[in-house]
Ligand binder design. Sequence first.
Ligand SMILES: Cc1cc2nc3c(=O)[nH]c(=O)nc-3n(C[C@H](O)[C@H](O)[C@H](O)COP(=O)(O)OP(=O)(O)OC[C@H]3O[C@@H](n4cnc5c(N)ncnc54)[C@H](O)[C@@H]3O)c2cc1C
Ligand code: SF4
Length: 511
Amino acid sequence: MTTRRLILLLGDQLDADSSALSDADAALDVVVMIEAQEESTHVRSHKIRTALFLSAMRHFAQELRERGLVVHYRGLDGCNDLSLAAGLKAAIAQLQPQEVIGVEPGDLRVRDQLQAAVPKGLPLRWRADTHFACSLPRFAQWAGESRQLRMEFFYRHMRKEHGILMEGSQPAGGQWNYDADNRRSFGKAGPKNLPQPTRFEPDRITKEVLALVANRYADHPGDLTKFHWPVNRAQALKALDDFIEHRLPLFGAHQDAMWTGMTWGWHALLSSALNLKLLNPLEVVRAAERAWRERGLELSSVEGFIRQVLGWREFMRGVYFLDMPGLKAANHFKHQRPLPGWYWSGQTRMNCMRQCIGQTLEHGYSHHIQRLMVTGMFGVLAQIEPQQLCDWYLAVYVDAVEWVELPNTAGMALFATGPRFTSKPYVASGAYIDKMSNYCKGCAYDPKRRTGDTACPMTTLYWHFLKGHETELAGNPRTALMVKNLQRIEADEMAAIEEHAQSLLANLERL
Ligand SMILES: Cc1cc2nc3c(=O)[nH]c(=O)nc-3n(C[C@H](O)[C@H](O)[C@H](O)COP(=O)(O)OP(=O)(O)OC[C@H]3O[C@@H](n4cnc5c(N)ncnc54)[C@H](O)[C@@H]3O)c2cc1C
Ligand code: SF4
């Protein structure tokens, strides 16, 4: 039998309605899926992240076969392809297709590698990724018409375009953004009635994958006994229902709060299912909107959640494709320090970092503020080279795919792109972490102290950062107040802060 089309599906393209499958013919076409060694090793991928991708791919291949399609599946334990390119070359040699088609990859490294693997003369056609609410040409058009790349304005377009949380031409409730009502701390008492998210017990396919990953990637971070993520569409839909029912009502209020031992809080835990394309973003935001209309949930909570999915997630993807490849090399502050080794062990006396890195290494998950205002913020304050921290984020989170990881890390957390698409660097002293968590209570350092052995490194390095970038930050209305506070510090104390900061920077491994 000759093959008309080789339909290549990548590990994060598990969309039953994929544009690559829309006209697939089981008599003529073969779907090719490849588990490649390099995808788990080009950054030292967390064991749970690797297991999630492989298990979800194997479940999807099974579903495609049940749909009657022919699947050529190149498993790590059978074919041992070192790279996606090697796997694609082998599949082409075996199937001799007349053309290769696929959905545009969400990682330009992968796209370039695959393009180079297709022999000259054999057509390769990328189809648009229809999973997203905003196509790439639509985003580029919006960006071209906008004075500034700002998520808030893009989000309003998305709300209008898709009729989400709208009352006629006006936003529901009269405001676009209800963040002022969200983002509370737990107070001294801590979280009450913590919800327990639905967990998915590994089935036969997942158990096989867990054994494979445990064996092959024994020295990678992660604890496979903690694996519980949804691996197919049916489970992803259950995870969505579970969130809407039990956690969305308080999502907004607790979205930024952190607490020792609290891993999941009221978060959605849907990013991996969304990024694997097991869920569609519009079905997710519509489910949230329905819960507001039918169950009377707080608008602030529902709007806050919808903004994350319809606003931030779509915006970050647009920015990635607009700004690559420059985004990958961006380094606005010219930071060059190496990533401390304890990012891979969690062994630091800074309790906030120990807690956030610890839960990340254990589960492959931490929430947005832990990523932005703890592990990310330390990266800016400690002058870590952005690319090293980007590789860490890409390795350790279950939801990490470059189109969403890179703009979040380089652009948002590290301000490596300057004010291109975020209006200010996200920096604060230890006082912010003390307000939003109980981490400081169990810490060797004191968030209020700026100098001395027990001074909080976040605090000392925060003032040092402001001093080092005083002119730039004074000229930005969103950071000008920080500089005013800096200028209130007496010269003697500032000199002591600077001296202490230099000693911290020279000894980052020992913090
Ligand atoms: C430094 C850094 C790196 C990040 N890397 C990733 C990544 O690799 N993959 C990833 O999916 N998200 C990433 N994020 C965004 C965010 O932290 C995660 O989407 C979120 O923590 C996932 O958990 P959740 O599903 O419980 O999300 P929730 O907090 O409950 O939010 C709901 C959903 O909104 C979407 N969302 C929220 N914030 C963002 C955002 N800033 N960008 C894109 N989508 C968003 C996600 O799909 C998420 O599932 C990163 C954020 C930072 C600051
Ligand atoms: S004192 Fe500083 S280092 Fe310790 S937990 Fe608080 S913010 Fe983190």
